[in-house]
Design a protein around this ligand. Sequence first.
Ligand SMILES: [Zn+2]
Length: 317
Amino acid sequence: MPELPEVEALVRFLDERATGHVVVAADLASIVALKTFSPPLSALVGGTVTGASRHGKWLDLGVRPATAGAGAGGTAGGAAGATSAVPDDELHLVFHLARAGWLRWSEDAPTTPVRPTSSRGGVRAVLALRIRFDDGSGFDLTEAGTRKRLAVHVVRDPTEVPAIATLGVEPLGPDFTIAELSRLLAARNQQLKGLLRDQRLVAGIGNAYSDEILHAARTSPFRLTRSLEADDVAHLHAAIRDVLSEAVATSSGRPAAELKDAKRRGMRVHGRAGEACPVCGDVVREVSFADRSLQYCATCQTGGQVLADRRMSRLLR
Ligand SMILES: [Zn+2]
């Protein structure tokens, strides 16, 4: 799953390549991917891209419609006239790539009609949405796997998406101070790993970068947030900033197709169970849960203590 650094790189890429271009097609292949119905997806067609931005792990493509009411069908007639379209009102195509979603950029996007994709999917990534621009370029949003979680919204204001409205602090932004991290840590006593992954508390960090941050901070994923001393908080704060900004620097400027590999290569412990910790040489260990796992180094993070792997102990019982 792309996290803050990869999404930031995609945003910078899209901002550079798509801004100023006119959307000539917005074709939906997977009905379940589109979570909104008004404004319709077709309202983007004819509009000009104003820029790309990021909200946590969400991408936001701003599109200024050609003329008011020029979108397919204009304003939805029967709805008691509650919302009339404001001329030049910017639209936002916001999407979340979820676990198995991806964005594929093409300088020469296919112009053949998009056919609805089977919801069965399987391992192969299937097309969910295709956007084409006036210079022939464009991108596909695809998703692999059977659980379709890729979410696309067309809204006038990104905060109309509940998951965006409730996003926590942006960890690379000016509001993420040591004092703010202290406040988050004290608000509820929970495991550090859980806090870092909670989008309502800190936006943009997922399973991979939380493993990396905790390794850089030399602390246990299961450590309780209220047990951190002032020095530990400063150390964790620095680790969050360093790991994320380093990853942003590594990913930015790369084409979308290379981001997954770049992410994987940059990982020190995440996804590296059984390999040697690059810091101390101890073996990287894993704790498995029902649908995910975490990796850590016992020497670096838990004073040598091996954390219980519930799935393993259940199997061994
Ligand atoms: Zn280590």
